[in-house]
Design a binder for this molecule. Structure first.
Ligand code: CA
Length: 490
């Protein structure tokens, strides 16, 4: 009996050792998201005027994605897709949340709770989870980051923020003292896990500092970390530090120079983060993903070159953004990955490398891309990646499958583009390949049948049109006569 007990104790010990090793092998995951960063605004994508040496070093030693797509072309829905792994139209969140949404309607102003965030799955799997920076996924208590799987939150709940505390705080205090109950969220104090903090640093630097601190805290914990570092830069307001702007004295346009300074501040921060990862011995086994939530806003200093279009568009420049993966322990560096990938792929990819599973009924639209990165295969072979944006009276659509993309913008006819050869979307091949245009359009139309009604609208006008049946008008958007017209025209 004694020896049996001894053997069983040994087995238990062995089992514990094995499972501890398995735990320690799991990588850290650091998702660095920029806000409205243009495709052509980083060194590793060939920017002619903005330098980003820290990002470039990581990109060079990692995998650069040339066709990484967001699931939407502006902030709120794009971020909802990142966190839930689903298209916003399928979960009722295709519109941005309002400013100060915590004060408007607590019932539905946030991403539905039944959509388990990736952070919650990772938290349940033992990861130390952090979100630092912009949230924009619901500001009332039940939608708060600490209730969506984040152990630690440092940042702000709204859709953006001013950058210089010494300036915005004065306005904030003035309005507070005047009894304003609806102070714009861009100037509210930052918070740390529900507690207001008095931040004093330039916001981008503050977020980088918090990232560094938490990388050090994570090292002390006997578990891997997941960090969603959600910079609001270079989203408006365009506010850069003098030192950062001086790096770009050659840029004559003031907006562009300021924007460049803002991107450079993010780059400096990434330098500090890399240093912290190296100092704590976590660099080799951290998957760093760098991405933007949508395309650059060309009205505010950004460039999406060589892509066409701007933030909000169904053109490539609206939702195809710079991205790299860096993970020395697993992924060979010095690679470029040209197959299309989606923001929706990050959820299943992270869950997979964390060696855990999603809740039973959780639906995901993307897939784990790590095996494809290793094998060089196409993750979305024969599958469409969609962009759909509601406009008054019609829908803008971009849908890519392999080399081909169908696009409809405004009331223009449908277009078919070989997007591999024609990144700038100059040519319409719809007339040459009408059958391809027709079948892709039908597929996209069918996809709209999986949508649910929006839980909120951005404006009263949106709601009015929706209720009157004048939005979204899928039948009009996808109507066949437009296809024929476009096919015969070109
Ligand atoms: Ca954005």
């Amino acid at each position: 009996m004694k020896s049996l007990l001894k053997t069983s104790a040994l087995f238990t010990l062995l089992f514990l050792t094995i499972s501890c090793n398995a735990q320690s092998e799991r990588p850290n995951i650091l998702l660095i998201l920029c806000d409205d960063l243009g495709y052509g605004d980083v060194g590793f994508n060939g920017s002619a005027d903005i330098i980003t040496p820290q990002m470039d070093e990581l990109a060079k030693n990692g995998i650069i994605f040339t066709s990484a797509y967001n699931a939407h072309s502006f902030c709120g829905p794009s971020r909802a897709s990142l966190m839930t792994g689903r298209y916003s139209q399928q979960i009722g969140t295709p519109f941005n949340l309002h400013s100060n949404s915590s004060k408007i309607d607590e019932d539905n102003m946030g991403i539905p709770l039944e959509e388990t965030f990736m952070s919650k799955v990772l938290q349940d799997a033992g990861y130390y989870t952090n979100v630092i920076g912009k949230w924009h996924l619901g500001a009332s208590p039940k939608f708060h980051p600490n209730n969506r799987g984040y152990d630690n939150f440092y940042g702000f709940l709204g859709g953006g923020h001013n950058y210089f505390p010494e300036i915005y705080r004065k306005t904030y205090l003035k309005q507070l003292n005047a009894g304003n109950k609806n102070i714009r969220d861009y100037i509210l104090p930052l918070e740390h896990n529900n507690k207001e903090v008095k931040e004093t640093e330039y916001i981008t630097d503050a977020l980088s500092r918090e990232a560094v601190n938490n990388i050090k805290i994570a090292k002390e914990k006997n578990e891997p970390f997941f960090m969603y570092l959600s910079y609001n830069a270079p989203h408006v307001p365009l506010e850069a530090k003098e030192d950062d702007m001086q790096v770009f004295n050659d840029i004559k346009d003031k907006d562009r120079r300021t924007y460049a300074g803002m991107v450079y501040a993010v780059d400096r921060g990434i330098g500090n983060i890399v240093k912290a990862l190296k100092e704590t011995g976590q660099f080799e086994n951290t998957l760093i993903v760098f991405f933007s939530d949508n395309g650059g806003n060309m009205d505010h200093g950004a460039s999406n070159y060589p892509l066409k279009g701007s933030k909000g568009d169904a053109w490539e420049g609206g939702y195809r953004t710079p991205m790299f993966f860096h993970w020395p322990n697993k992924l060979k560096g010095g690679q470029q990955f040209n197959h299309p990938v989606s923001a929706l792929d990050l959820y299943p990819t992270f869950i997979n490398i964390a060696k855990t599973k999603v809740p039973k009924n959780k639906k995901l639209s993307g897939k784990n891309i790590i095996p494809h990165l290793i094998a060089g295969t196409e993750p979305h072979k024969d599958e469409m990646l969609y962009l759909m944006r509601y406009r008054h009276g019609h829908v803008d659509v971009g849908a890519r499958k392999g080399d081909w993309k169908i696009t409809r913008v405004g009331n223009e006819p449908w277009r078919l583009t070989n997007i591999t050869n024609d990144k700038g979307e100059k040519k319409n091949s719809g007339g040459k390949y009408p059958e391809r245009l027709k079948s892709m359009t039908e597929e996209a139309h069918n996809w709209t049948k999986t949508f649910v009604k929006p839980l909120w609208y951005y404006s009263a006008k949106d709601e009015e049109l929706w209720e009157a049946g004048r939005m979204p008008q899928y039948n009009e958007t996808f109507e066949v006569s437009k296809l024929i017209q476009s096919a015969s025209k070109h």
